[in-house]
Ligand binder design. Structure first.
Ligand code: GLU
Length: 418
C-alpha cells in the first residue's frame, strides 16, 4: 500500500514518524494506521483555456487523519505536486494540529500545475473545477482547505464561492485564509510569517550560548518569507540575504527590508534590487549568518549541503525543508533545527481562529488575533523545548512526539468502529 505514495517526500515523512514512534513506544497497530492516510482522492480537472483548447490537470486531496476533528490543511499549486508529496504534507498537518492542540485532523490538497503559466481566468476555472471535484469530501465540519504554496486569498474566495453556490447559501467557514471582506480573519495573512518570527526570537533566547548575532537569511519571499522578514526587522534583526525562485541577493551588513517588501507587491524580482551581491538559491543556504530560514520548497537541506551550512540555527518556515539525513548531520554539528510543525504553525493557528469566527459569526479585532497567536506560539515553543530537555531528544523529535501522541491517544480512546 505504501507503494501508492512512494516518493522522496513521503519516505522522509515516514522515516521521521517511525523514529518518533520508537521513542514513544507506540502500539504496532497505531503505527500501521497512522503511517498511511485515512482517505485519498485523485481528481482530473478539464479546464477550458483562454485560447479555446482544453487541458486536464490532476489534483489531490488527502485526509491523513480525522480523529481529532475535520481535516485541515492547505491547497498547493505547483508543477511538482504528486500524491506522495500531498500525503506527506497531510501527515505533517496531523502532527501540526496535534502539537498545537487544535480540534482538527491533518489534510492537504494540491494540483500539479504552474500557476504562473495560467491567466487569472484560467486560474479561476481550474480552482472552481478542482473544488467541484473534491466537494464530496470537504465541508466546514469535514475538511477545511486553506492557502499553501501557489495559492492565495483570491483562490480561497473562488473555492468558498463554488462550495456555497453548490450548497445554496453562503458558508464562509468552508475555507480559511480567504479575504477579510467575505469572512476571513484579520491577521491571517501575516500569521505564518509573524509566527516564524516569534519562534526565532524565543529560540534565540533559548540558545543564547550558541547564537550571539541576529543576522538572518531567508530562502523564499512569498507570503511566509515576506512577513517573516518584516516582523524580524521590526524587532531588531538584520536580514542579510533573501531569494525568490529566480535567485537572491546578499549583503553582510543588511538589506533594506522596506524596499524588499515592495518587490513582490510590484511583481518584481529580488535580484532587481541593487543593494547586495547576486547569489543563487543554493548559495543562500550556505552563506554565513546566524539564523537560516528556508521558507520555500521542501528538501532543500540535504546530506549534500548540510555539512556546508554556516548558520548557527535553522528555523523551518517551509514544510519539510530538511531531509532526515541532513537532520542527523546538523544534530552532530550542534546546529539546532526548529521544526516546521512548530515554526510555521502560526498560519494554521490563525486558520483555527478564522474557522471559529466563521462558525460563531463573531469577528475578532486584529489585536486579539495577534496576541492570541503570540501566546500560542510562545507556549508551543516552551512545551517543545521542555519536552526535548526532559526526554533528551532534538526539538524535531520532541515536537513530533507531542503531535503524534495527541493523535494516537485520541485514536486509542475513541476505539475502533465497527
Ligand atoms: N498551508 C499552511 C500549512 O502548511 C496552512 C494550513 C491551514 O491554515 O490550514 O500549515
Amino acid at each position: 500500500m505504501y507503494e501508492l505514495f512512494k516518493s522522496p517526500a513521503f519516505d522522509n515523512a515516514v522515516t521521521q514518524f517511525e523514529r518518533a514512534c520508537e521513542n514513544l513506544a507506540l502500539d504496532d497497530w497505531l503505527r500501521e494506521r497512522l503511517k498511511a492516510p485515512q482517505r485519498t482522492l485523485i481528481v482530473n480537472c478539464p479546464v477550458r483555456m483562454d485560447k479555446g483548447n482544453i487541458k486536464v490537470f490532476t489534483g489531490y486531496r488527502v485526509q491523513h487523519n480525522l480523529t481529532l476533528g475535520p481535516g485541515k490543511g492547505g491547497i498547493r499549486y505547483h508543477p511538482d505536486v504528486d500524491m506522495g508529496e500531498v500525503a506527506a504534507l497531510a501527515m505533517g498537518m496531523s502532527w501540526k494540529c496535534g502539537l498545537a492542540e487544535l480540534p482538527f485532523g491533518g489534510a492537504k490538497g494540491g494540483v500539479s500545475v504552474d500557476p504562473l503559466s495560467l491567466s487569472l481566468n484560467e486560474l479561476e476555472r481550474l480552482t472552481r473545477r478542482y473544488t467541484a471535484e473534491i466537494l464530496p469530501i470537504i465541508g466546514p465540519n469535514k475538511d477545511i482547505p486553506a492557502p499553501d504554496m501557489g495559492t492565495n486569498p483570491q483562490i480561497m474566495a473562488w473555492m468558498m464561492d463554488t462550495y456555497s453556490m453548490t450548497e445554496g447559501y453562503t458558508i464562509p467557514e468552508i475555507v480559511t485564509g480567504k479575504p477579510v471582506i467575505i469572512g476571513g480573519s484579520l491577521g491571517r495573512e501575516e500569521a505564518t510569517g509573524y509566527g516564524v518570527a516569534y519562534i526565532v526570537d524565543d529560540a534565540l533566547r533559548h540558545f543564547e550560548k550558541i547564537i550571539q548575532g541576529k543576522r538572518v537569511a531567508i530562502q523564499g519571499f512569498g507570503n511566509v518569507g515576506t512577513y517573516t522578514a518584516q516582523k524580524l526587522s521590526d524587532i531588531g534583526y538584520t536580514v542579510v540575504a533573501v531569494s525568490d525562485i529566480y535567485g537572491g541577493i546578499y549583503n553582510p551588513s543588511g538589506l533594506p527590508v522596506q524596499e524588499l517588501l515592495e518587490i513582490p507587491r510590484q511583481k518584481g524580482q529580488i535580484q532587481d534590487l541593487k543593494e547586495g551581491d547576486k547569489i543563487t538559491n543554493a548559495d543562500l543556504l550556505t552563506i554565513e549568518c546566524d539564523i537560516l530560514i528556508p521558507a520555500a520548497i521542501g528538501r532543500v537541506i540535504t546530506k549534500e549541503n548540510a555539512h556546508k551550512l554556516r548558520c548557527k540555527m535553522v528555523v523551518e518556515a517551509a514544510n519539510g525543508p530538511t531531509t532526515t539525513d541532513a537532520d542527523d548531520i546538523l544534530e552532530e554539528r550542534n546546529i539546532p533545527v526548529i521544526p516546521d510543525v512548530l515554526a510555521n504553525s502560526g498560519g494554521l493557528i490563525v486558520s483555527y481562529f478564522e474557522w471559529v469566527q466563521g462558525v460563531q459569526e463573531y469577528y475578532w479585532s486584529k489585536d486579539r488575533v495577534i496576541s492570541e497567536l503570540q501566546k500560542r506560539m510562545h507556549n508551543g515553543f516552551n512545551r517543545v523545548s521542555n519536552y526535548a530537555r526532559e526526554k533528551r531528544v532534538s526539538l524535531r523529535m520532541a515536537a513530533l512526539m507531542l503531535g503524534i501522541y495527541q493523535v494516537a491517544q485520541a485514536k486509542q480512546i475513541r476505539g475502533l468502529y465497527p
